[in-house]
Design a binder for this molecule. Structure first.
Ligand SMILES: NC(=O)c1ccc[n+]([C@@H]2O[C@H](COP(=O)([O-])OP(=O)(O)OC[C@H]3O[C@@H](n4cnc5c(N)ncnc54)[C@H](OP(=O)(O)O)[C@@H]3O)[C@@H](O)[C@H]2O)c1
Length: 315
């Protein structure tokens, strides 16, 4: 184990996002002050020269790549060009520029469980990446993320760079994106149930059939997991990071409606896409290393709803 030194310069790319903001809070809670944080207006990570200038001038010691174009199932399906281009550029620019710097003691890249093959055997082991066809609705995003994971792995193996990757399951929590065109299932349902409650609606239609199963990890647990890996993980191959808790979309909708206090009926709209039927990761590798998620789903959703009520939402 190699603890991060308190005065280390840590660059959290994408610090205003769900993942980035959770990582910043976790670092600040542990007393890390020397954080390098830039918005996309200050540094557009799709532009190589901007990334090179930033890293060459600032020489960070740790880099966490939590910047990406992220979206829900419909955004992914409708904007594949942007999802592929933006994420390829962001990953390639940061990873390549970091590889030219001697200051970097560790770089952490984040994949996502939706980039495993659509029909991967469950629970999904790390080795199943690239063993089958991708889910078509998020193929572009998956291709860009696979390229990022592989670039990290290749620099580690070929040049012995301290570059690692984690594969988180579906995430949710304070700071999530509640914009209905871009959001994932939990923030979308929190917002829709809340608005239906305020409107006194008799029924709310949930997208899809309600039958797919998903695993969710609270963003603050993910942040702790990322710091754990920065200190304890050195392998070139990525590692799964999930909660081990699985729930159907139907049960999830019921749970969120209860947290929000929606009294109406819950219906399903099978004309909307379901995505992958089941997505449960095998977390045994990280469990064996001594890390596990702490926040149960019901509590995490409660905290997310409290945050939603108190904060201005994006979009
Ligand atoms: N959310 C999930 O369920 C989930 C699951 C597994 C893995 N992940 C991974 O976690 C990472 C972060 O996801 P997230 O959910 O935190 O996303 P998010 O909330 O949408 O935040 C993404 C961040 O990326 C930054 N960004 C986007 N384009 C940029 C650009 N061109 N230049 C600079 N910054 C840019 C944005 O910065 P500004 O705010 O400054 O514009 C934003 O803060 C991604 O790699 C994603 O694949 C997410």
């Amino acid at each position: 184990m190699k603890p991060l030194e308190k005065n280390s310069k840590i660059y959290v790319a994408g610090h205003r996002g769900l993942v980035g903001s959770s990582i910043v809070r976790a670092l600040q809670a542990r007393g890390f002050q020397n954080l390098l944080l830039k918005t996309s207006q200050e540094v557009d990570l799709r532009r190589q020269v901007e990334v090179e200038n930033l890293l060459n001038n600032e020489k960070p010691e740790y880099i966490i790549i939590a910047a990406a174009r992220v979206g829900g199932i419909v955004a992914n399906r409708d904007y594949p060009s942007e999802f592929l281009y933006d994420n390829l550029m962001i990953s390639a620019n940061i990873i390549h520029a970091a590889a030219q710097l001697s200051s970097v003691k560790k770089l952490l890249f984040l994949g996502s469980s939706c980039i495993f093959p659509k029909f991967a055997a469950q629970p999904i082991v790390e080795e199943s990446l690239l063993t089958g066809a991708l889910e078509s609705t998020n193929e572009a995003y998956a291709l860009s993320k696979i390229a990022g994971l592989k670039l990290t792995e290749y620099y580690n193996r070929q040049y012995n760079k301290p570059f690692i990757s984690a594969m988180p399951s579906n995430l949710y929590g304070p700071g999530d994106n509640f914009n209905l065109e871009l959001s994932h299932v939990i923030p979308a349902l929190v917002r829709r149930f809340h608005e239906a409650k305020i409107a006194g609606a008799a029924e709310l239609k949930v997208w899809g059939t309600g039958t797919p199963f998903r695993e969710f990890l609270y963003a603050e647990d993910l942040a702790e997991g990322c710091l754990f890996l920065l200190e304890n993980y050195n392998e070139a191959a990525f590692i799964n990071l999930g909660s081990g808790e699985e729930i159907s979309i139907r049960e999830l909708a019921v749970l969120i409606s209860k947290v929000v206090g929606f009294q109406g009926k819950i219906a399903f709209d099978p004309s909307k896409p379901d995505g992958t039927p089941r997505k449960m990761m095998d977390n045994s590798k990280v469990l064996k290393m001594g890390w596990k998620a702490k926040v149960p789903l019901a509590e995490g959703i409660m905290r997310t709803y409290e945050w939603f009520l108190k904060n201005e939402i994006r979009g």
